[in-house]
Design a protein around this ligand. Structure first.
Ligand SMILES: Cc1ncc(COP(=O)(O)O)c(C=O)c1O
Length: 392
């Protein structure tokens, strides 16, 4: 049966994360689950907080007429208002429910936004290394991804972005805390980026949106706060989800928040609503909307991730690996001891360790370790990480 050429190509290219996942299944069948150290997937292993369970039970018991019915495409208005309150607090600006659109996770939100703002051939700037799905999402809506370098410590390289801006640029996507580096951009970096984009709009008259994809906003360590783009730039759109903060990625619930002072924001919101409908999402899941609206102050226990991060950092240092300390999310982007990161990831597999090559994120020379795995897995993996590096 025929498949579109583009999808055929995507099947062939099938992401590294997927490849590792499949490799893991094979290794586990061969060596047993406990002898395989699978750090490939960013799939949170923690159970959702007990409050999520309690809220769901209550919502299900109510069984109100219409609770599971269609609704306005943007979502329930009380849910949008509850999310707006939390966004206002987190970002330090006043935002109303009418500027919030509920979405099917951050992935759904990104597709809705890109569908709404891109004309064919419009360019979207993305900093490397990056969450590779951005490329597919931009392509879905006939945009063109423009990749730019970051500095050696993965901080924002303003000159690289300045050089990438042109009269086709429509948006830039940033992701902080970052997958795969765990980096949180500083207030200074965000301010510099906002200044650059503001100047570009003044010079060219063309609006460039700054889109912040932040599903890991609440997963940060060492007292770090994630600076807000909304505070610095009015043409900004925040996309977030509860996949990681409530450990419910399978439930597909998130939101889009548009800056209330953005130029023609009403039209942008109308566009986001139409795109939600015509992309076939229709609306974000009803039950999940009601649940997250009651849980805006709840997150998984971030201390658990912090403990794992610290344990892994200590073990990797002892084993002889180099990496930058992650500020948030649950990834370490480790320098590959061999220039060829794909070869090194294959080498790690011989020690039953599954990671993802940095090349898969546009960051060759590195590999990503996702530490959303039990502490015991991290502990048992360290001698294997050491054996792997010693065997080179
Ligand atoms: C940076 C980034 N953005 C978006 C997503 C998609 O998240 P969601 O499950 O909310 O669609 C992920 C998932 O891993 C991610 O790492």
């Amino acid at each position: 049966m025929p498949v579109a050429a583009k999808i055929s190509e995507s099947i062939e290219k099938s992401s590294w994360i997927r490849k590792m996942f499949e490799e893991g299944i094979k290794l586990k069948a061969q060596f047993g689950d406990e002898n395989v150290f699978d750090f490939s997937l960013g799939n949170p292993d923690l159970s959702p907080p007990i409050e999520f369970h309690d809220v769901l039970k209550k919502l299900i018991e109510k069984n109100d007429a219409g609770a599971h019915g269609y609704m306005p495409n943007a979502g329930f208005s009380d849910v949008r208002a509850a999310i707006a309150k939390k966004v206002s607090r987190d970002h330090g600006i006043e935002i109303g429910g009418e500027q919030i659109i509920t979405s099917c996770g951050a992935a759904g939100g990104l597709n809705v936004v890109l569908k709404t703002i891109l004309n064919p051939g419009d360019q979207v700037i993305v900093m490397k290394p990056y969450f590779v799905e951005y490329g597919s999402y931009i392509d879905n809506h006939r945009g063109e991804t423009v990749l730019v370098e970051t500095n050696g410590d993965f901080s924002v390289n303003i000159d690289a972005i300045r050089n990438a801006l042109n009269d086709k640029t429509r948006a830039m996507i940033i992701n902080s805390p970052n997958n795969p580096t765990g980096r949180v951009y500083t207030e200074k970096e965000i301010a510099a980026l906002a200044d650059l984009l503001t100047k570009h709009i003044e010079d060219t008259g063309r609006i460039v949106y700054l889109i912040s994809d932040e599903p890991y906003r609440d997963i940060v360590y060492d007292g770090i706060h994630v600076p807000s783009i909304l505070k610095h730039y009015t043409q900004s759109i925040v996309i977030s989800s509860y996949s990681k903060t409530l450990s419910i990625p399978g439930e597909r619930i998130g939101y889009i928040a548009a800056h209330p002072k953005g130029i023609d924001v009403g039209r942008l919101i109308s566009g986001l609503i139409v795109s939600t409908r015509i992309l076939g999402f229709v609306n974000a899941p009803a039950l999940m909307q009601r649940a997250v609206a009651r849980l805006t102050e709840i997150t998984v226990n971030v201390d658990i991730y912090k403990k794992r991060r610290d344990l892994l950092m200590e073990g990797l240092k002892y084993a002889g690996y180099a990496f930058a300390k992650p500020d948030g999310a649950f990834y370490i982007f480790c320098k590959s001891p061999r220039a060829d990161d794909v070869a090194f990831v294959r080498h790690l597999q011989k020690f039953n360790i599954l990671t993802v090559p940095g090349s898969g994120f546009g960051g060759p020379g590195y590999f990503r370790i996702a530490y959303c795995v039990p502490e015991s897995v991290i502990q048992r993996s360290i001698p294997r990480f050491k054996e792997a590096i010693d065997a080179l």
